[in-house]
Structures are given as structure tokens and as C-alpha cells.
Write a protein that binds this ligand. Structure first.
Ligand SMILES: [Ca+2]
Length: 453
């Protein structure tokens, strides 16, 4: 009996999953991103924020160095160790593959020994500063999802700024300052990311954590801490991403903080390992970087689950009737109301904010459109997202459905005796529908909770 019950339960479950998969109308206008998972109970849909997966963004960038001729090896040079001016066994020659250190070696696969690295010319122009800008461009807005980690093969710079651009390199803002002495270098009090709170998350700080001298020569990395900032909302182990997503949904400055089109590493003063520069041995001073890690995703305004790299350019595969490389506008003929980003929180808490079909000329009057545009798109309204079958839209947040109808927009008919009308029509016998609805609701809740773990 129990086996029969389980089999019937599973059959209904598969049928319901199938119905959901093939009937977008089940969710009305809320065809948010979802993925199918196999569980002990059968196939299950997990609903999630509509955004591409986080990935290694260094595969898609273009790198540009200033000054142009700052990479070593033309003409060939000999370098000495910072710690010992008489240990000069580092040779750079751009014409010889084994001795060349071009910029792309900052982004190749690491893990080999010795590591591969980009290297600058030496500080032969001293006392003029040895400064290098490394600009990384995506030609696309992206969002950071993990710490930026720069690994130096040379000593870490004594002064450095990480900057970002949101407008393809036209204007720049600092992300973080790095110095052995923040007051001296940038007239800023030294701070650490550990001192940042929810209230001060957007502060731009100068840190001395990553600029110590050569005595700590095994400290090779410089970080920009993304996860520590996420943790202020999502908890130390990022277990409460729903809290972070809730904040991102409502706080534009916070969203923009992690968003960029370009990054710029400004190397302002190389490691000297001392308070004075040894002018007799300037070939001890240079920059060398073996690896830069940048984890992120395409910014698609929560209207795309994937992003493609085609002909050297990233672009979102827009859903919800949106278009553009960031899905930042409605498609032609789908401008029935103002474009809005989707929400991080999936249904039932969030909304996909789909672009809706433009009404035929004359159907809408200016004042009703004005109302629709002023209000952020909700679940329902009286213009284009009407509750169906006599349902009443309550504060644009939900449809109050009349008896006999259910669904986000009251679009589904509820049949007598607890049986689904669709099933009655299709001739399937699923007497356990009411229990299944409960199971389904529970599973969906669990799915949603699972997503945020
Ligand atoms: Ca490398």
C-alpha cells in the first residue's frame, strides 16, 4: 500500500514538474530562472535569481599597460635580487621565449614551478618615480563575486591603488589604497577591511596589510576583499545569501560597488625593502606579477541566466523580453511599462520584472501609463498585469483570487473535490493532489532555502 502511495506520489510529482516545465502560464508572467535537479523524490525545479554563474573573468579581459614600453626585455636586462644586490641571475629578453615576461603571463594557468610572470623594466630612471598602470577591460559590465588576488613575483609595491571604472575607462574611482605608510603616501589613516561595518561598507580605505617589506618575502599577495564585505550581510560563512540579496535588491549603491567595466592597478612605488633607495644598484627595483585572480559574472540586470563570449565580446543572453548587452532595456514592441531590473530574490518574494508587450495605439491613455511608470513594477496592476478571472490586485503585491481560481494572476482554475482541472482534462487520476500540493509547497520552500545556503 505504501509502495503504491509512493509510486502514485512520484507519478503525480513528475506530471506536475512536467506541467510546470511546459506551461509557462503556470507562473503567469514570472518565468524566472530555474534549473532542474534530480532528487530522491524525482525531478525538481529550483528557482533562483536570474544571473549567469560566477566564473574566472580573466579569460575575457583585454590588458593594456602604460607606459607602453614598460615591459622588460627590450633591450635585454639583468636584474638583481632585492634582498641581495650581488645576486643578479634574473635575465629578461623579449626576443627569447624562455626569458621574456609579457603581460599575458599574469593570466596563464599557474601551479607550475617556477611560476610565469610579467615583469617591468628596472628603476633606472630614478629619482623619477617608477610607475605603471595595468588596465584590465571587459567592454562589458561585470560584477565581482570573490576577492581580487594579485600575486607578486617581486616584492609587493610600497604604494599602489586599485581603481575601477563603470563607464568603459572614461572615469575612474579608487577601490582601495595600499601602502607601507598610508599617512605618508596618501594622507589617509590606515584601516583594515576587518574594521569595516555594514554602515561603512562603501568606504574606500587605505590598508597597510599587503605592503610589508622584504623580511616577509613569502607574503606575495595583495587582495581586494570582496567576501569580507559580503559577509557583513551574509554572515561569516556566507550562509545567509538571502540577506545579502535582499540588500542588493534595495540598495543601488551597494550593487554598483561590486560592478565595473574596467579595473586599473596603479603601481606607484616598487618594493625597496628599506627607507632609502640604493642608487648604485637600481636593478634591484622593479615590479613582477605572476598571477591575477578575478572571479565574477556578467551583469545582466537579473534578466539572463547565461552570458556568451563571442568574437571577443561578452554579452548576456537576455530573457524576460529584454535586450542589450546588459539586458538594460525592453525589446522593441515590449515597452508596455518602464524597464526594471529583475530581483535577486526568486519568486514568491521577488519578481522577474518582465518587459510587457506594448499596448496597441489608443488602448492606453497617458495618465494610466504615467501611473504604471512611476511605480516600480510589482506583481500586478490595473493596466497591463491585471489579475485574471475577477481577482483583485492588492497593493500591486498579490492577486486576491475568487473561490475556484489560484495562481499568481488567478490564472488557474481550481476544480471541485481537490482535483486539478488540468489532470481531469488529461484523464490522469491523481487523487492525492491536495497532499501533493502540500509536498510541492514544502519542496519549493526547501528549494528556496537550499539556494541561499
Ligand atoms: Ca603566471
Amino acid at each position: 500500500m505504501q509502495l503504491t502511495l509512493a509510486l502514485a506520489l512520484q507519478a503525480c510529482w513528475v506530471f506536475i514538474s512536467h506541467a510546470i516545465q511546459h506551461s509557462p502560464a503556470s507562473w503567469g508572467h514570472y518565468d524566472v530562472c530555474k534549473s532542474q535537479l534530480h532528487t530522491d523524490g524525482g525531478l525538481v525545479w529550483y528557482y533562483m535569481a536570474c544571473q549567469p554563474e560566477s566564473t574566472d573573468m580573466t579569460k575575457f579581459l583585454r590588458v593594456n599597460l602604460e607606459p607602453e614600453n614598460i615591459t622588460c626585455g627590450d633591450p635585454p636586462e639583468i636584474y638583481c635580487a632585492l634582498e641581495n644586490p650581488y645576486m643578479c641571475n634574473n635575465e629578461c629578453d623579449a626576443e627569447t621565449e624562455e626569458l621574456a615576461h609579457p603581460p599575458e603571463l599574469m593570466f596563464d594557468a599557474e601551479g607550475r614551478n617556477p611560476s610565469t610572470f610579467w615583469q617591468s623594466t628596472t628603476w633606472q630612471t630614478y629619482p623619477r618615480p617608477l610607475q605603471v598602470n595595468i588596465t584590465l577591460s571587459w567592454d562589458k559590465t561585470i560584477e565581482l563575486t570573490d576577492d581580487i588576488v594579485i600575486t607578486f613575483e617581486s616584492g609587493r609595491p610600497e604604494q599602489m591603488v586599485l581603481e575601477k571604472s563603470l563607464d568603459y575607462g572614461r572615469t575612474w574611482k579608487p577601490y582601495q589604497f595600499y601602502a607601507t605608510d598610508c599617512l605618508d603616501a596618501f594622507t589617509m589613516e590606515p584601516r583594515s577591511v576587518r574594521e569595516i561595518s555594514q554602515r561603512t561598507l562603501l568606504d574606500i580605505i587605505c590598508t597597510e596589510d599587503y605592503s610589508r617589506g622584504y623580511v616577509w618575502k613569502y607574503d606575495k599577495t595583495v587582495r581586494f576583499e570582496i567576501k569580507d564585505r559580503f559577509a557583513l550581510f551574509a554572515g561569516p560563512r556566507l550562509h545567509n545569501m538571502a540577506s545579502l540579496y535582499g540588500q542588493l535588491d534595495t540598495t543601488r549603491n551597494l550593487r554598483d560597488f561590486f560592478t565595473l567595466t574596467d579595473l586599473r592597478v596603479r603601481l606607484l612605488r616598487p618594493a625597496t625593502g628599506a627607507t632609502t633607495v640604493d642608487e648604485e644598484n637600481l636593478s634591484r627595483y622593479f615590479y613582477a606579477i605572476s598571477d591575477i585572480k578575478i572571479q565574477g559574472r556578467c551583469k545582466c540586470n537579473l534578466h539572463a541566466a547565461s552570458c556568451v563570449f563571442d568574437k571577443g565580446k561578452l554579452s548576456c543572453e537576455c530573457e524576460h523580453n529584454t535586450t542589450g548587452s546588459d539586458c538594460s532595456r525592453c525589446k522593441k514592441h515590449f515597452q508596455g511599462r518602464a524597464w526594471s531590473p529583475g530581483s535577486y530574490l526568486p519568486i514568491p518574494k521577488g519578481t522577474a520584472n518582465v518587459c510587457v508587450q506594448s499596448a496597441p495605439a489608443g488602448r492606453l491613455n497617458v495618465s494610466s501609463l504615467g501611473v504604471a511608470n512611476r511605480n516600480r513594477a510589482g506583481v500586478c496592476d490595473d493596466v497591463l498585469l491585471r489579475c485574471q478571472n475577477g481577482g483583485e490586485c492588492v497593493q500591486q503585491q498579490r492577486c486576491r483570487c475568487p473561490a475556484g481560481f489560484s495562481g499568481v494572476l488567478c490564472e488557474s482554475e481550481r476544480c471541485a473535490g481537490g482535483r486539478s482541472c488540468d489532470e481531469l482534462r488529461s484523464g490522469r487520476d491523481c487523487r492525492l493532489l491536495s497532499s501533493l500540493t502540500l509536498v510541492y509547497s514544502l519542496t519549493l520552500s526547501l528549494s528556496l532555502s537550499f539556494l541561499f545556503i
